[in-house]
Ligand binder design. Structure first.
Ligand code: MLT
Length: 254
C-alpha cells in the first residue's frame, strides 16, 4: 500500500483505475479489503482511492481520542496530498459516518456521496453506553468478545462470515477502542441530508442485521437527489453479497 503522513498518523491507501475520483471507506472493524471484489467492476469508471481508516489495516493510530470528524479530516488530507480537489465519497457503515462528516465539513469537495449499509442518525444514549462498555472490554480482555458478537451479524452467507471474522481478527485493539469511541460521539447527520445538492446513492441490504433498512428509507426521504438501491436478501456487506448490484449503484456517482 502507499502511505502518507497526515494529522500525526501514517495513512495507508490503495489506488486503482482511472476516471472520476471515488474514495471507498470501509466499516468497523474492517479494512480496505472489504472492497477487494468490487475493484475490477469499478476501475474503468473511477480513480479508486481505498484507504485503511486510522488505526485499521496498515494505517497507524495515535493513543489519544479522536472523532469521526478527525477521520474525515484524514481523508481530506489524503485528497490534498493526491492533488484531488473534488471526489465522490462512498462509505460503508462506519465509513458512511465518515463520509457524512466529510460532506458536512467539506461540502465543496463532494462530487457525490455513496451511503452503503449506513445511517445518518447519531447513537442513542443506550447505544453510546454499550460502545463504551465494549471499548472497556477490549482494553481489559482483548478483541475476541466483540469479534464473536459481531462476526455472524455481517451476513448469513457462511463463506463471507468467515471472511468478516478473519478481517476483524487482524485489527489492533487500539483501533477497536478508538473506533468505538469515535462512533459513540459522532454528530447526527439527519439535518445535513436536506441540504445535499450532489448525487447521492444509498445502497442497503433488506436483511441487514446491524443497521436496519428503515434507516436507508429515512435517508432517501430526506435527500432531494437520492437513489436507493435496496439489495434483496443482502445483509450488512452488500459489496460482497451482491457485488454487481453494489457496483452498478456506485457508478451513478461517476
Ligand atoms: C460498522 O459496520 O461499521 C459498524 O457496525 C457500524 C456501527 O457499529 O454503528
Amino acid at each position: 500500500m502507499e502511505k502518507i503522513n497526515i494529522n500525526g498518523i501514517e495513512l495507508a491507501y490503495m489506488r486503482h483505475g482511472k476516471g472520476t475520483p471515488l474514495v471507498l471507506l470501509h466499516g468497523f472493524p474492517l479494512d480496505h479489503h472489504i472492497w477487494d471484489e468490487i475493484v475490477s467492476l469499478l476501475k474503468d469508471t473511477f480513480d479508486l482511492i481505498i484507504p485503511d481508516v486510522r488505526g485499521f489495516g496498515e494505517s497507524t493510530t495515535v493513543n489519544i481520542p479522536y472523532t469521526v470528524d478527525d477521520l474525515a479530516s484524514d481523508i481530506a488530507g489524503l485528497l490534498d496530498q493526491l492533488n484531488i480537489e473534488k471526489a465522490a465519497i462512498a462509505g460503508h457503515s462506519m465509513g458512511g459516518y465518515i463520509a457524512l462528516a466529510f460532506a458536512r465539513l467539506y461540502p465543496e469537495r463532494v462530487h457525490g456521496l455513496g451511503l452503503v449499509a449506513t445511517q445518518a442518525l447519531a447513537d442513542s444514549q443506550e447505544r453510546k453506553e454499550g460502545r463504551y462498555r465494549s471499548a472497556d472490554d477490549v482494553a481489559k480482555n482483548g478483541i475476541s468478545g466483540i469479534v464473536d458478537a459481531m462476526a455472524n451479524k455481517f451476513t448469513s452467507v457462511e463463506r463471507l462470515q468467515e471472511f468478516a471474522r478473519k478481517s476483524m481478527e487482524v485489527q489492533q485493539p487500539a483501533a477497536y477502542i478508538g473506533g468505538l469511541k469515535a462512533m459513540a460521539e459522532r454528530q447526527d447527520s439527519a439535518a445535513l441530508l436536506t441540504s445535499m445538492e450532489y448525487p447521492v446513492v444509498i445502497i442497503h441490504g433488506n436483511a441487514d442485521a446491524l443497521i436496519p433498512v428503515e434507516r436507508a428509507h429515512e435517508m432517501k426521504n430526506s435527500i432531494t437527489h437520492a437513489r436507493l438501491v435496496e439489495v434483496k436478501d443482502a445483509g450488512h456487506i452488500p459489496m460482497l453479497e451482491a457485488v454487481q448490484e453494489t457496483a452498478n449503484g456506485l457508478k451513478h456517482l461517476a
